[in-house]
Design a protein around this ligand. Structure first.
Ligand code: NAD
Ligand code: MN
Length: 496
């Protein structure tokens, strides 16, 4: 795709702006709307239905009847699989349109949305679809006098509250296991990025999923997320976003019907480079990708580089070289690697973190500024601070921007101690050429995913989620994700 191709698609796109509730594509009951802004230009893209608690009630009622009395709840798993695969294929067939929408509304590079966000969304839905009729229940070893079956039943109605950094992929990570296990869902997109979620819900209908199985209710957190979190007829909520908002969902649940809550929250992830690490060129690539990909707006980015002092100077030279390849630009230009920051307030937060690091005495060795201000959008250049001490805000707070904090160590134990000196525990990476060091460190680091000699998150087959303040109540991806959307039932049959 060239810039001209992408611009042409953008020009002719029809923008999805309405809620999808009970099979109807509809305005908010209040008829209110809010602006969706292109973060690369600061210009309005469209007016989106601004839903509230009455719309949430309607969506939850539609989802309830789809599972309680409608065809979805009564459907054989193999039929669910077939419908979900049609849904995945339709997403694939609309890939160019969805990739462009995601780039326009999220400020994400089209090179990423077309090669990562859309294909991984398709893959997530397909992978779980295929598992729908391949996971067996259990019979317990309770003795010859009984038959005791342990079945997993769908929870029923799930609220999925989504973030703005990977709108399609997070929708896919939630939809796959929610639908494969037989639940209905009310999707609540982040207010910054409604459109690809709304389009997904339209495509689910087009694929033949029964009305009410996939609903999408756009709007703001307090108006839509909170009523969903407090709803007495919602059986579970899955959330990806900030720890602060995640805590709210636990409160909503405690104050209402004790609905199941699964949280995937922030991170301040470490990347350790041990003295025996080899191939510094490749390590520099991983470091740059980890912190600059998606403009650092990524919960699993390794925003803390913890490097052995003997390698620091050489490695930082290589990282600085790589940083030059991370072109900040128009998200629709296929050459762009760093797109826009999601909104002005978030850019201000990133710049404030940079100012605080300067003030605290960290050494700025790259970047540090807003760029492309004449675009009307919000862009921050790749930024690196050396000599960050563990007590500095830059070492402890999630910035969610392209800002790397570098700290060095001399003793291997100190590296692990520094890595664990955080309230978060989502992910970590370690580079070493010693297999024992790798295994020992992987066990000692308190994080849901530890990658060795690479940066990454695993894939759709591996559970993803956090220790400590990074997560609660379950995991995305893998068959582990099926557990949080189902509950075990014991059926005990006396044979005597
Ligand atoms: P947020 O957690 O407030 O928003 C995430 C979702 O929750 C959105 O859909 C939002 O509308 C909804 N929400 C917000 N307040 C709510 C409330 N009181 N009740 C119910 N739902 C509510 O995230 P944010 O404010 O957009 O970003 C703040 C910070 O969160 C970022 O700077 C970043 O550090 C972190 N973040 C993390 C992730 C992640 O992938 N883990 C994603 C986005 C943001
Ligand atoms: Mn918030």
């Amino acid at each position: 795709m060239t810039l001209t191709d992408a611009a042409a698609i953008a020009e002719t796109l029809s923008l999805p702006t309405q809620a999808v509730i009970g099979g109807q594509i509809t305005d908010a009951i209040s008829a209110k709307t809010f602006a969706s802004i292109n973060p690369a230009t600061g210009q309005e893209l469209a007016q989106i239905a601004e839903c509230g608690s009455a719309d949430v009630d309607a969506a939850v009622a539609a989802a309830r009847s789809a599972v309680d009395t409608g065809p979805w709840g009564a459907m054989a798993p193999a039929d669910r699989r077939r419908l979900m695969i049609r849904f995945a294929n339709l997403i694939d067939a609309n890939a160019a349109e969805l990739a462009t929408l995601e780039a326009l509304e999220g400020g994400k590079p089209i090179a990423d949305t077309s090669s990562i966000d859309v294909p991984e969304t398709v893959e997530a839905i397909r992978w779980h679809a295929e598992a729908a009729d391949k996971v067996y229940d259990q019979i317990s070893p309770s003795g010859p006098g009984v038959v005791s079956m342990i079945e997993r039943e769908p929870l029923g109605v799930i609220g999925a509250v989504l973030p703005w950094n990977f709108p399609l992929m997070m929708a896919g990570w939630k939809l796959g296991p929610i639908l494969a296990t037989g639940n209905a869902v009310v999707l609540k997109p982040a207010e910054q990025t409604s459109m690809t979620t709304l389009r997904l819900a339209e495509l689910a209908l087009e694929a033949g999923l029964p009305a009410g199985v996939v609903n999408a209710v756009p709007g703001f957190g307090p108006a839509v997320g909170e009523p969903l979190g407090r709803h007495g007829h919602v059986d579970g909520v899955t959330f990806t976003g900030s720890t602060e908002t995640g805590r709210e969902f636990l409160r909503y649940s405690a104050d209402s019907n004790l609905k199941r809550v699964t949280l995937e929250c922030g991170g301040k992830n470490p990347l350790i480079v041990m003295a025996d690490a080899d191939n510094l060129d490749s390590i520099a690539d991983h470091i740059a990708t980890s912190i600059f990909w998606n403009a650092g707006q990524n919960c699993s980015s390794n925003s803390r580089l913890i490097v052995h002092s003997s390698l620091k100077a050489q490695l930082l030279d290589l990282v600085l070289e790589r940083a030059g390849d991370w072109v900040v630009g128009d998200p629709l230009d296929p050459a762009t690697k760093i797109g826009a920051i999601i909104e002005e307030a978030h850019m201000a937060k990133i710049l404030d973190n940079i100012a605080a690091a300067n003030e605290a005495g960290a050494e700025l060795i790259l970047g540090g500024n807003q760029v492309r201000a004449d675009s009307g959008g919000w862009f921050v250049e790749p930024t690196i601070f050396d000599n960050v001490t563990p007590d500095m805000r830059l070492a402890t707070e999630e910035v969610f921007g392209p800002v790397l904090a570098v700290t060095s160590f001399d003793q291997p134990d100190d590296a692990i101690e520094l890595a664990n000196r955080t309230e978060y525990g989502l992910a970590a990476s370690i580079f070493t050429s010693d297999v024992r060091t790798a295994h020992l460190a992987a066990r000692r680091i308190q994080a849901g995913t530890v990658t060795v000699n690479c940066y990454g998150e695993g894939d759709i087959t591996t559970p993803f989620g956090g220790y400590k303040l990074s997560g609660f109540g379950g995991r995305d991806n893998g068959l582990a994700a099926h557990e949080q959307y189902t509950q075990p039932k014991t059926i005990w049959l006396d044979l005597s």
